[in-house]
Design a protein around this ligand. Structure first.
Ligand SMILES: [Fe+2]
Ligand SMILES: [Fe+2]
Length: 263
């Protein structure tokens, strides 16, 4: 778990998960130092203690006013309830479905502390407006990313993630081929439905993101990417419908792995 600055007013709180036999995947949350400070996602469940310690190095959690929960997967909700318990002024921006799924955890979100935002809708956080954006790829129908209208930064949730051998702090430090391969592979795992999409419809959805001209793309699972990299990110995603579908190891492979470990 470590932190770094992606932009003058955005800190990244990042950890790296090692996926056996596959590679490394960063798990990012972001602090937007807005007039009403915003935390975008809250880290992984198993790392909550480390996440909170890292978060405290970039902001006092008592100063946060908003959590933008891009979706409710376990790598995004890790410290959600803890933060809400610590800070009564915090509100959670999510979707109706997000509230519903969190209700199934046995710890429902308090309805008076929820702010619902559908794609296209905007939340005012004092010195800037944040617009909800549905990314072109996602693994959960709750997913809503956001665009910071002041900085032009796009927070894309799982979309544009990449499985890598090593995780730098800047996507530009990866070779073009490493970034492309890592991104295509991640999308085949995380958004396997992309193999079924109508190519023309998908292209027009990518065009929608291109037209936003992000100053930077901050994905939950990719090092910070400057706007000049957006075209490469979109190009990799465009390849996914024709990429080999991901098939996980089967029982025979698992037994081989376990035998290897025992050996
Ligand atoms: Fe996810
Ligand atoms: Fe994720």
């Amino acid at each position: 778990m470590h932190t770094y600055k992606a932009a003058p007013d955005v800190d990244v709180v990042s950890s790296t998960a090692e996926i056996p036999g596959i590679g490394k995947l960063c798990i990012n949350a972001f602090v937007i130092h807005a007039q009403e400070p915003v935390l975008v996602d809250t880290g992984a469940v198993r790392e909550s203690d480390d996440f909170m310690a890292a978060l405290r190095t970039v902001i006092d959690p008592a100063d946060l006013r908003w959590i933008w929960l891009t979706h409710t997967d376990f790598d995004h909700i890790g410290s959600l309830h803890r933060l809400l318990a610590e800070n009564q002024e915090l509100r959670v921006i999510t979707t109706f479905l997000g509230v519903g799924i969190m209700g199934l955890t046995g710890e429902p979100l308090p309805m008076d502390r929820v702010h619902l935002a559908n794609p296209g809708q905007t939340v005012d956080v004092g010195d800037r407006r944040l617009t909800a954006v549905r990314p072109p790829a996602f693994d959960n129908p709750i997913t809503v990313g956001l665009r910071d209208e002041r900085s032009g930064i796009l927070f894309s949730s799982d979309c544009f993630g990449a499985v890598l051998d090593e995780v730098p702090e800047r996507a530009e430090d990866l070779s073009a081929e490493t970034l492309r391969q890592g991104q295509v592979f991640w999308a085949t795992v995380d958004s396997s439905w992309l193999h079924k999409v109508d190519r023309a419809v998908f292209e027009s959805d990518l065009e929608r993101i291109r037209a936003l001209e992000p100053a930077m793309v901050l994905s939950s699972h990719l090092p910070a990417a400057q706007g000049s990299t957006t075209e490469r990110l979109l190009g990799a995603l465009a390849e996914v419908p024709d990429a080999p579908p991901f098939v996980g190891p089967d029982q025979a492979a698992l037994e081989q792995m376990l035998a290897g470990m025992a050996g």
